[in-house]
Structures are given as C-alpha cells and as structure tokens.
Design a protein. Structure first.
Length: 274
C-alpha cells in the first residue's frame, strides 16, 4: 500500500486555483475534477478502463467549470487527484471517504488501510483542497467581497441499471437563495429536463464542501450536476458552460426561505453515484 506523501508530490500539486482574485461574487469548486492516480497508488487494483469511468472522477465537469470561471471572472478551486484515492466532497468520518466500492466496482487498493495510510491520503488531497477554499473565502470576506459558492459536478446517465432522465440537476438544502432562481432560469430553457435534488440530495452526503465552506458562514450556495453524456465532448462542454454563464451573469440570490423537510427529505441512492 502507499507510503506517506512523497516530497515530489507537494500539496500544491494536488489542488489548483484558477483566478484567485476574481471579481465575480461566485467562487466555484470542482471536487472531482481529475482521474489522476499518483504513481505510488498504481491503479488501486483496477483495470485501466475503470479509471476513465465516472467512478474515478466527474467527466466533463472541469472544462465546463473552467470556461464558466473565465467568462464570469470567477475563482475556481479544483482537485487534481482521483476521488478513488480520497473523496474531497466527504467529511472525514464518512464511510466512503476512501471508497471500498463505487457503484458496483470493488476498489482493491482501498481495503484494509491503516489509520496512518488514511491520514496520508487526507494530507495529500483532502486537506489542501479544503484549506485552499478556506483561504479564498476568508480573504474575500475580509475584503468585504460578496461571495457565493457553487460546486460543479457530473453524473452518469445510468446507475445500477436505472436510467436518469435529467439533463441537469440542482442540489440544495433548506437555503434556496441561489438554487431557486437558478432552477427557474433552467426551466425556461427549451428541451432541458431539470432535476431538483436529483439525482442526489444533501441527505446522500454529497453536499459536504458547500456545508463546510458556505452554509457554515451563511453564504448562498448551490450544487450543479450535469449528466456526463451531455458534456462528453467539447461541443457539449461549450454549450453547457455558455448556457450557465448566461444565467449566472444575471443571477441574484433570493431572500432566504423554505424548510429542511422539502429540501432534503429524501435519500435516493448511494453517495458514490456521481
């Protein structure tokens, strides 16, 4: 199994910040941006083709987030290590922080880890990612800069044989200030099926990054899930990035309203679906 993080793979290599002083009120995260496995992990016992599947990352999410960040002059924080090593969108006590199984695929290299080995993975990727977001948000608030957090993800069209009809889903909890106007704008797009807390809800443990950095500070936030066959190539990535950029350019949070029961009252499937 892996050793402690080698000096050649500094924490600055495991997280990337684009446009750290962006003027936009939006700070974006891409929690599952990469399927990269550092050499010390090998393939975690997986076949090469598994490493390109959704179990290893969120395909298409990063190009969409990068294009949006550039167009909006927004800050983007992305992970650069596969979610198979450690899932940065999970709390440290989550059972799938280091997933032993994703969908139906067992991850041999994630079984039987010692506490020292788990801690090495936290230090490698999870801690640098959350420390970077923490610094950016705190710096912005200290400057009095308006700040809203948005995380960009993608989801697989079929999970355990179940078809997922939504082109895009917006995930939120009881704070709907950002989600409500975003959902309304998306519903006005012809031919687009919008999921509300689909294909996940916060009850599926997929809302951690926003809970940690936005909800804890009372900042408006929302999670975007785009079906990954919609953004598998440059044309689709450009289409969705431009659509969302147009919406976000004029998006203003609504007054806080809503209840927790209506926002997170269901838990649809395992959190390893993204």
């Amino acid at each position: 199994m892996e050793q402690a993080r080698p000096a050649s793979l500094a924490s600055s290599d495991t997280v990337r910040i684009t446009n750290p002083r962006g003027s936009s009120p939006f700070v974006m995260t891409c929690d599952h941006a990469s399927n990269f496995l550092p050499a010390e992990f090998g393939t975690l016992g997986l076949a090469a083709e598994d490493l390109s599947r959704h179990i290893a990352w969120d395909p298409g999410a990063l190009p969409v987030a990068l294009r949006m960040a550039q167009a909006l002059d927004a800050t983007l924080v992305e992970t650069r290590i596969s979610r198979l090593v450690i899932d940065c969108n999970r709390p440290l006590d989550a059972p799938d922080l280091v997933p032993p199984v994703s969908e139906t695929t067992a991850i041999p290299g994630n079984t039987g880890l010692s506490e020292k080995q788990r801690a090495a993975r936290v230090a490698l990727s999870w801690q640098p990612f959350h420390s970077a977001i923490e610094r950016i948000v705190e710096d912005r608030l200290a400057r009095g800069q308006e700040t809203r957090l948005v995380s960009v993800h993608s989801f697989t069209p079929v999970y355990k044989g179940r078809n997922r009809p939504w082109h895009i889903g917006i995930i939120h909890d009881e704070d709907r200030r950002l989600a409500s106007p975003l959902i309304s704008a998306l519903r006005r797009l012809a031919g687009v099926t919008v999921g509300i807390n689909e294909p996940y809800s916060p009850a599926d443990r997929v809302y951690f990054t926003l809970e940690r950095h936005a909800r804890s500070r009372g900042l408006p936030c929302a999670m975007i899930e785009i079906r990954n066959d919609e953004i598998s190539g440059e044309t689709g990535q450009r289409k969705w990035a431009d659509l969302l950029t147009g919406i976000f350019s004029n998006l203003e949070p609504e007054e806080a309203r809503g209840s927790r029961s209506s926002a997170v009252g269901k838990s649809v499937q395992s959190a390893s679906q993204e």
